[in-house]
Design a protein around this ligand. Sequence first.
Ligand code: SF4
Length: 348
Amino acid sequence: MTATKTTDIDATVALVELMQKSGADVVRIAVDSKKDAAALAEIRQQTTANLSVDLQENYRLAEIVAPHVDKIRYNPGHLYHHETDKPWQEKVRFIAGVAADNDCAVRVGVNCGSMDPAKKDRYDADDSISPMLESALEHCEFLDSIDFTRYCVSLKDSDPAKVVEVNTRFADQRPDIPLHLGVTEAGMPPEGIIKTRIAFEQLIGKGIGDTVRVSLTLPNARKGEEIVAGASIVEDIYAGRVRSVVNFNTNALNIISCPSCSRVENEAFVDLAQQVKEMTQYAKDHAITIAVMGCRVNGPGETDDADLGLWCGPKVVNLKKGTESLGAFPYDEILPRLKSELDKLIVN
Ligand code: SF4
């Protein structure tokens, strides 16, 4: 996925080309506004790569972008934000209709950090798998009912064990639906690659999964490493170079960070994620999760399950302890604040 501003056409085309050269078969671009959609039309003219578009709340943009892309991704958890009186089925019918008219495939992208609250409320707070599964199955059933068949599903979490469980349960119930695999917010290399490898080995090893993405927090110039890592993991699995069942550092510090995309609000995000990793090394033997996210779109929700969360705005970084907000701090003040909260958690 590109992490440049989509309206920066030259930079986005350069990144698409870098990913294609690194071996990517499909490159995803985020589109949140009509300006992004207009830029996408120009980007389409400048590259032969297969393009996928990531729609967030504004599902109606599908109509503008579909002529320029090969695939549309929507997140069921984002469909309830706008036009709240309109049932989600009507919105999905619209997206599927636009996709069919423009010869596009669709991905139903379910993400642990942005679930429909109504779905979450139906299950125990510690069961994050069932709402994801229910949401994916429900959308498949609806797409089937309107005879839209060119779709795949993804079920992503930052915890590789949950990625394995939710995808295994989905594949048991709907083995006919192609699955796109990924560990979201896997973090920086090498840990992000290891987390992804753990999930992919256990899924692809059982024949589950059709396409993959490795999400790493990297500066744009190194984004090709995501594709190289993915290809290497898949190659190793097919060659039998795999480990047996592994638990990922369940008793150690776990830093999760988003791979960044065009929504990143301050380019200092990637450096900040690296600094958080370095600064927190002294706590490496504590079972604490720290999440670092690049924007307000997914940052607030996707930090809820972490012990400490940071999500970046243009000028400040928002600090959270679980779901509780601890305030917003300038970039040059956030590390000592984080350290102070981390110290309190260690003492407790
Ligand atoms: S948290 Fe925001 S910046 Fe990071 S990948 Fe998700 S949408 Fe993009």
